[in-house]
Design a protein around this ligand. Structure first.
Ligand code: N6E
Length: 150
């Protein structure tokens, strides 16, 4: 299963969401979701950001890839994007509540356990490949490579 995540960084803040439903409901994450058939990852992350927050990210750049092996659902390959601007007003939807967060105050304790290992790289504009094994919500194993060319 291929999925996407988006982190919009502007004015020393990152635009996160509180996810209201689906995998990781209640957690803080970036907007994102599954890639539809026939869609490119870039098309998917623009659509998901529009659907979840009613905004359009400007020139998303792929910085990372995350591979999750989970005990309770199919493997996920997640394409991770960063954008530095957007059009529109972040708005709560059925899927997400927008949460602007200062870069020094990222609520890692409310996020998936892997996020603290790669989100700092994205915020530092580094590229990365992360591989993770989860059992339920618990991370059992991780491997992170930086300086990857996408
Ligand atoms: C295990 N550790 C994890 N750490 C960080 N992020 C994780 C994650 N596991 C899943 N994610 C991401 O969370 C989103 C929802 O996943 P996903 O399966 O697509 O569910 P969701 O219901 O949102 O999809 P749709 O909105 O229906 O497309 C999706 O961007 C996916 O990459």
């Amino acid at each position: 299963m291929h999925a996407t995540l988006m982190f919009i960084v502007r004015d020393g803040q990152v635009l996160l969401i509180e996810k209201k439903r689906g995998l990781g409901a209640g957690k803080i994450n970036g907007p994102g979701g599954k890639i539809d058939p026939g869609e490119t990852p870039l098309q998917a992350i623009i659509r998901e950001t529009q659907e979840e927050l009613c905004i359009t990210p400007h020139t998303p750049r792929k910085l990372g890839e995350l591979r999750f092996a989970m005990s309770d659902c199919p493997d996920i390959l997640c394409h991770v994007y960063r954008a530095d601007d957007f059009t529109g007003t972040p708005t709560e939807t059925d899927e997400a509540v927008p949460v602007w967060t200062r870069l020094e105050e990222i609520p890692y304790q409310r996020m998936w356990e892997d996020d603290r290992h790669w989100l700092p790289l994205l915020l530092d504009e580094q590229t990365f490949l992360g591989k993770f094994v989860f059992e339920g919500e618990r991370m059992l194993w991780k491997e992170i490579t930086t300086g990857v060319r996408w």
